[in-house]
Design a protein around this ligand. Sequence first.
Ligand code: MV4
Length: 446
Amino acid sequence: MANRGEIAVRVIRACREMGLETVAIYSEADKGSLHVELADEAYLVGPAPARQSYLNIPAIMNIVTQSGADGVHPGYGFLAENAGFASVCQLWGVKFVGPGAQAIERMGVKAQAKETMRQADVPVVPGSDGVVTSLSEAEAVASRIGYPLIVKASAGGGGRGIRVVQEPSELASALERAASEAQASFGDGSLYIERFLVDPRHIEIQVIADGKGRVAALGERESSIQRRRQKVLEEAPSVAVDPALRRRMEDAAARAAQAVGYESAGTIEFLLDADGSFYFMEMNTRVQVEHGVTELVTGVDIVKEQLRIAMGEPLSCEERMPLVGHAIECRINAEDPQKDFRPSPGTITAFEPPGGFGVRVDSGIREGNQVSPFYDSMVAKLMTWGRDRPEAIARMRRALREFRVEGVQTTIPIHMQLMEDPDYVEGKLDINFLERRIAAGGFPGA
Ligand code: MV4
């Protein structure tokens, strides 16, 4: 397990249930952590900084050799979407639990990914055909698709290197600034242009492919509640998706996975416009933080499916699964909402998660652990399931009230406010939902 925290615990638990022996790696900052204790073997991989530990490919491969591991699960973050790491595992004769390096590579270059999708009949946002190489070409695209439009870095993704252009007079300068920013951030200044969708929803489809032609599409997740491109809360299914739209999005996502010869778990991210049309945004070639809400409404253990596929076994779920009930995930981060969500590292002096029917807490920390400034600030994922969305919300309110974390500030108060927000309760969400509230002072101190 080439990762740490809650996802390391999650994968080790799945392995144990399947009778697979587990090897953990840990940095000096993670000595006493839960995933180290749960694994059959654990190896120190290096000092706390990620570059010297969880991103240190030579050190990780040494542990693979020493331990005799025959598979490596990358989790998410760190090396999960690093094609080089996937290639090194292949060279080493060790199974990378995820897609092949080629799929990671192809989906990592956003303009190329979009072109691949267009050829697979996956709806894409109208815009340039690949990257634009001159102002006149950009102006020709702009006159075809109209304003507002968005300029994106081909090597970008995750919200970096994008610029919205409201009118023709802004186009030239926006292109220049976006190109130099992309060059600085990604070493590649190439840009592409799309029509800008105003206040869409962010809807993503979970897929699992066996690499031999079968692709399961497991419904959608609503991931619109986010701040500065970091997801805060996710749910499955989306109130904006009816069975017909779901089937169209699932079929598009399955075609996308087929088009890249995908293997293992992946997520196709779409933008859903108010008129019900949806467009490919990005494909994530990893298991995602929010995979648990899909598990709760389908009953499919996504990590176990990944491990089965890695061992050459067939998918154990149907290609389309009925969704039962409604699930919500609140990311509990050690951040201070009173101080612009700045990380709030420190020692966890009390950690008492909620329980009861329909409550799931995935976390990698315990009382006495340090929330380290070296890694991301997520300490737990609190999920609730209900027979319908109102019950899932009521259960989440109750669970948030029970959740006791002391020693650090957390985002629990934000989630409590969200669960009481009339628009949230009515399901009126879009990608600017949270930032509108923060801008309007909705979250004092945020
Ligand atoms: C868009 C968009 C509106 N129209 N593309 C954000 C980063 C990258 N994933 C693409 N993103 C967007 N692309 C068009 N044509 C709005 C966003 C966007 C966004 C998308 C999903 C979730 C949150 C977001 C926050 C800001 C912008």
